[in-house]
Design a protein around this ligand. Structure first.
Ligand SMILES: *[C@@H]1O[C@H](CO)[C@@H](O)[C@H](O)[C@H]1NC(C)=O
Ligand SMILES: *[C@@H]1O[C@H](CO)[C@@H](O)[C@H](O)[C@H]1NC(C)=O
Ligand SMILES: *[C@@H]1O[C@H](CO)[C@@H](O)[C@H](O)[C@H]1NC(C)=O
Ligand SMILES: *[C@@H]1O[C@H](CO)[C@@H](O)[C@H](O)[C@H]1NC(C)=O
Ligand SMILES: *[C@@H]1O[C@H](CO)[C@@H](O)[C@H](O)[C@H]1NC(C)=O
Ligand SMILES: *[C@@H]1O[C@H](CO)[C@@H](O)[C@H](O)[C@H]1NC(C)=O
Length: 371
């Protein structure tokens, strides 16, 4: 139960009656109890005193008008016997009453004093209670004000708290997204780092290769210029050779001189004849050369050329050891007829450029030398 909800007066009533300070009285209806008590007591005393004093006066004036002392025996003797008897009885009665009244007066005095003391006590305790009430009222107001202050503060704190919570939630979500972002960035950073390392490695490789290539390039450049110079020299020599005429009976084509024999011999002897002339059996490596030989040979003539597969059956080679590149074999040739055809011959054809055939090396026929 909230203390501030308690009514001050209720609180005081309960508090004081519990402590036994005052009897349970309704202070609301008796706003000034001390004054009322004193007035009542005063009135009571006045009435009582007035009664006593009146009786005394009445006795003294009407019963003993000339006497100063009502107890004096002189008065009784002055009166007739019956009257004296009556008077004495009355006097005794009055004396008793006076004594009683005096006693009562003293008692009243006493009770007045005690009531006055009580009143003063009550006054003091009333003042105390009033002070307490005022203090309680002040403290209640203070509490009320404190309460509303606290309420306001509580509401402000609540608002602040809600704002803080919203802020915190926002921060939390921001933090979460930042963390996700961070993780992704970390991931991509790692992959980028890995890629970068790879790139670095391959870059270094490329750099090394580049340096190597640069070195080779400069060497090639050197070699190239050397070769160009050599080529120029060779070209000059070739030109010189090309310009040089062949000996009598030989025909010129490009840089070579050719001789077609008028006699016939087997392939081995034919080649021997050529070698003796400082030449060898012809090596044909272009269509132009084939055309030239076809023109040089008598019509439909067969003539040995420097072609043989005697070293390895089926692998035809020129006498200078070079492979056969441009080929002019007759259709279906070479067929190694009877397994004994290891030497090549050229057959003159018109029209055409002529055709090759394989024949037995022992066969006797014309030949063509080249030097
Ligand atoms: C008065 O009192 C005396 C004694 O008390 C008594 O003897 C007497 O008779 C009384 N007289 C009258 C008139 O009553
Ligand atoms: C006086 O007081 C006593 C006791 O207090 C009482 O019995 C008696 O009747 C009184 N007398 C008169 C005359 O009031
Ligand atoms: C009210 O608040 C003041 C200070 O804020 C404090 O000193 C006082 O004791 C409080 N009173 C009550 C009744 O809570
Ligand atoms: C350049 O020529 C030299 C000697 O002629 C040779 O040893 C070298 O390998 C050549 N360099 C290249 C890159 O071909
Ligand atoms: C000739 O050809 C063979 C294989 O067809 C090859 O191994 C060889 O090197 C070649 N020779 C020349 C001089 O070109
Ligand atoms: C080629 O002829 C020569 C001389 O006539 C002879 O000695 C040689 O054995 C012949 N060779 C072939 C393969 O027929």
């Amino acid at each position: 139960m909230d203390l501030m909800e308690i009514d001050d007066d209720m609180y005081i009533d309960r508090h004081l009656s519990m402590e036994g300070l005052i009897p349970k009285v309704d202070f609301q209806r008796r706003k000034q109890p001390s004054r009322c008590v004193s007035v009542c007591l005063g009135l009571l005393c006045a009435v009582l005193l007035a009664g006593n004093i009146g009786q005394l006066i009445n006795y003294e004036i009407f019963s003993h008008p000339a006497s100063g002392d009502p107890m004096q025996s002189g008065y009784v003797q002055d009166r007739p016997q019956s009257s004296d008897n009556n008077s004495a009885a009355e006097r005794k009665q009055l004396e008793t009453r006076l004594t009683n009244l005096t006693t009562e007066k003293d008692q009243l005095h006493q009770s007045y004093d005690s009531v006055t003391a009580e009143r003063d006590e009550l006054k003091v305790s009333f003042n105390k209670v009033g002070n307490e009430r005022d203090m309680l009222r002040a403290s209640k107001e203070q509490r009320q004000s404190n309460y509303s202050d606290l309420q306001r503060e509580k509401e402000e704190l609540q608002t602040e708290f809600s704002a803080l919570r919203a802020n915190r939630d926002q921060l939390q979500s921001t933090y979460t997204s930042l963390k996700t972002n961070h993780d992704q960035m970390q991931l991509s950073y790692s992959s980028v780092t890995a890629e970068r390392d790879e790139f670095k490695a391959s870059f270094n490789n490329l750099q090394t290769e580049k340096d190597q290539l640069q070195r080779e390039h400069s060497q090639l450049e050197t070699n190239h210029s050397v070769l160009r110079r050599e080529k120029g020299e060779l070209q000059k020599k070739i030109d010189k050779i090309r310009a040089r005429p062949c000996q009598t009976g030989w025909s010129k084509f490009d840089i070579s001189c050719y001789f077609v024999s008028s006699v016939s011999k087997n392939w081995t002897s034919s080649r021997q004849e050529c070698i003796e002339e400082g030449a060898d059996l012809v090596v044909i490596d272009s269509l132009e050369e084939q055309e030239f030989l076809n023109m040089l040979m008598p019509k439909s003539q067969n003539a040995w050329i420097g072609l043989t597969d005697s070293l390895q059956e089926g692998t035809w080679m020129w006498v200078d050891g070079s492979n056969v590149t441009t080929q002019f074999w007759q259709p279906g040739q070479p067929n190694s007829y009877n397994g004994n055809q290891d030497c090549g011959e050229n057959v003159q054809k018109t029209p055409g450029v002529g055709q090759w055939n394989d024949d037995g090396c022992f066969a006797v026929q014309n030949w063509i030398c080249e030097k």
